[in-house]
Design a protein around this ligand. Structure first.
Ligand code: SAH
Length: 221
């Protein structure tokens, strides 16, 4: 990733405070911490909100969507990597592109799908600018995964379906890991699902309660 972090935009101290908070809240994977520290979150926000980029909070990115809270991005990334290093990862819900940018520095290849076209266009510009050239993206309904590039060592969904979509399970490689928020608008929980070997058995763990935008079907122009 190229370093586009302009002087004065955000002080080192503000960013370091966020990193300390992630550590205090249980983010222990040093690789994840290093990448969170190195990635300029303010470049994934509209200018009017970029001064809040290093607060540990979700923020609007227009079209009714949000960039996830840094803690949640770090947690989901840590969970995804908890079974060992990954080569190929699929993300559902590109949004601002921030989560994909984090992943791209930790795995070989990232595939990401977004159903709202203008969001995807902006995210792609950011990937280009930051020279994150191992990210492949598409304007598509990710509720059915992205079968053309399957199987994936890891799949991460940043939008919440009511139940785990079977297509995502079927696109996991042996021992693959799925990190996904599941539930209704009022009650969602983050789940860590692990395919057992090359079987169709899956171990499932509920991590904690979360709040994500819903996974919707279809695409918008
Ligand atoms: N990972 C994003 C978070 C964006 S919020 C980031 O780091 O900024 C979740 C995103 O999922 C939204 O942009 C929403 O439009 C998208 N989404 C919802 N349902 C989807 C679907 N079925 N397929 C692809 N994207 C979807």
């Amino acid at each position: 990733m190229v370093d586009l972090d302009g002087v004065g935009m955000t002080s080192k101290r503000t960013r370091e405070r966020l990193i300390q908070r992630l550590k205090d809240n249980g983010i222990t994977d040093q690789k994840v911490i290093n990448v969170m520290r190195a990635t300029p979150r303010h470049l994934f926000l509209d200018e009017a909100l970029s001064h809040r980029a290093y607060e540990d909070t979700a923020l609007p990115i227009s079209y009714g969507q949000t960039i996830s809270q840094p803690y949640i991005v770090a947690l989901m990334t840590q969970l995804l990597l908890s079974h060992g290093p990954l080569k190929k990862v699929l993300e559902i819900g590109t949004g601002s592109g921030y989560q994909a940018a984090i992943l791209s520095q930790l795995v070989d290849e990232v595939y990401t799908v977004e159903r709202i076209k203008p969001l995807l266009i902006r995210a792609k510009e950011r990937f280009r600018r930051l020279e994150l050239d191992n990210i492949t993206s598409a304007h598509n309904d990710g509720g059915v995964g992205w079968p053309e590039h399957a199987p994936y060592d890891g799949i991460i969904s940043t939008a919440a379906p009511e139940g785990v979509p079977e297509d995502l399970l079927y696109q996991l490689a042996p021992d693959g890991v799925l990190v996904i928020p599941v539930g209704s608008e009022n009650h969602q929980e983050l789940r860590l699902i692990n395919r057992v070997g090359d079987s169709q058995n899956y171990e499932e763990e509920v991590v904690e309660r979360v709040r994500f935008v819903p996974l919707l079907s279809g695409v918008t122009r």
